[in-house]
Design a protein around this ligand. Structure first.
Ligand SMILES: Cc1cc2nc3c(=O)[nH]c(=O)nc-3n(C[C@H](O)[C@H](O)[C@H](O)COP(=O)(O)O)c2cc1C
Length: 373
């Protein structure tokens, strides 16, 4: 039976076990979108702690409307790219692989250094309220529906970011098409109410996502450079959202991504074992990927010390991405191996906002500081 501590190979990259740090926004870059030394400490800690693969927080892709949060890091110019090189070196020093998550905020836009106007598939705001965790904001701004020039700018942003991430030394990129950000908005009939070729049924709603995936695959130069994608139905402010076509939507998306040549699909849900589709399907997101393709999987949502081996056995072709448990236990794979206690995340660590400074201060106060090499 396959175990979470088995080796795994992802596009020629050998991983010592199957644990992955899930992407987590920490709003800790400088105001120019450059990653800081503290961010290097943060990522190095996971690499030292036995995680063989780390996915970065969502990184913005262009200097138009892609940034969504204050102090979010970017990968749009040479200074940002150079600053990432230092972070990548520190992760690689401990033998871990590092994937950059490429994120266009779309309508989920709380702060942007370059514009005041979000762009999105249609003039539709997200449900609910902006996230206080990522800085103050006075409610969602009405987005502009994307026109031809916006499509070009978004595409150029993603493709250029693939090249810059590769130049910075990353082992791959992950296209963020989950959680309600721009690519995910195209898939959603709440956000995507377009009457042109990019809207309508799922075959049309998925077209832009598949096109970006194909263009990013074509842009990657290195033979082993990974181009994966994160997919899910739920958004940060709408955990109940479902595609109207039920599991058929997921089947069509998976087939289109296979056609685009994507290297992995990272499914995310509130719980990895949830059957989330409209229409009474008894499958999880990841089971659809497993059934309709041979694309490697990363699965995410509620994986912890009690269920990781069960999930590893259920999805033998999958890596396991952990978010909150990784924040609480930056050395979780080592702890599990050594039979040490696994802690729950104390949300106080991320208050009033999710910055690394707040986490470091909390760790100092609670005598839980972890030095990074
Ligand atoms: C502080 C924080 C920031 C997050 N930022 C991102 C992000 O930038 N990109 C993303 O795809 N998911 C993000 N997520 C979602 C996580 O990657 C993950 O899907 C979620 O925490 C559920 O997994 P878990 O049950 O293992 O925590 C974030 C989660 C947390 C707690």
């Amino acid at each position: 039976m396959s175990s979470a501590f088995d080796d795994f190979e992802l596009k020629g990259h050998k991983l010592d076990n199957r644990f992955v740090v899930a992407p987590m926004t920490r709003t800790s870059a400088d105001s120019k979108g450059k990653p800081t030394e503290l961010m290097g400490d943060y990522y190095a800690r996971f690499a030292e702690g036995g995680w063989p693969l780390i996915i970065s927080e969502g990184v913005y892709t262009d200097r138009q409307a892609s940034q969504g949060y204050v102090n979010q890091p970017g990968i749009t110019d040479a200074p940002q790219t150079d600053a990432w090189k230092q972070v990548v070196e520190r992760v690689h020093k401990h033998g871990a692989k590092f994937i950059m998550q490429l994120m266009h905020a779309g309508a989920q836009f709380q702060h942007n250094e370059y514009t005041d106007t979000p762009i999105a598939p249609s003039e539709v705001k997200p449900k609910g309220e902006p996230l206080a965790l990522y800085g103050e904001s006075d409610g969602w701004k009405p987005p502009k529906a994307m026109d031809e020039s916006d499509f070009d700018a978004v595409m150029q942003g993603f493709v250029g970011s693939v090249n810059r991430a590769e130049e910075a030394g990353f082992d791959g990129v992950e296209l963020h098409a989950a959680n309600g950000y721009l690519l995910n908005e195209f898939l959603s009939e709440h956000f995507n109410q377009r009457g042109d070729q990019w809207g309508g049924d799922i075959g049309h709603r998925l077209k832009f996502v598949a096109m970006v995936a194909k263009a990013c695959k074509d842009a990657a130069k290195g033979e082993n450079f990974i181009v994966g994608i994160r997919l899910g139905q739920i958004t940060v402010t709408d955990p109940d959202y479902q595609w109207p076509e039920g599991e058929d939507a997921m089947i069509k998306i998976v087939k289109a991504l296979k056609e685009a040549g994507i290297d992995y699909i990272h499914t995310t849900d509130t719980d990895v074992s949830r059957k989330p589709f409209k229409g009474g399907s008894n499958k999880t997101l990841a089971e659809i990927v497993q059934e309709f393709s041979d694309i490697p999987l990363i699965v995410n949502g509620g994986i912890d010390e009690s269920n990781y081996e069960h999930i590893a056995a259920h999805y033998p072709n999958a890596l396991l991405a952990l978010g909150k448990k990784a924040l609480a236990n930056p050395d979780m794979p080592k702890r599990l191996k050594d039979g040490e206690t696994i802690e729950d995340l104390e949300f106080a660590m991320l208050q009033p906002t999710a910055t690394l400074e707040n986490e470091w201060q909390w760790r100092d106060e609670h005598d839980k500081h972890i030095e990074a090499d």
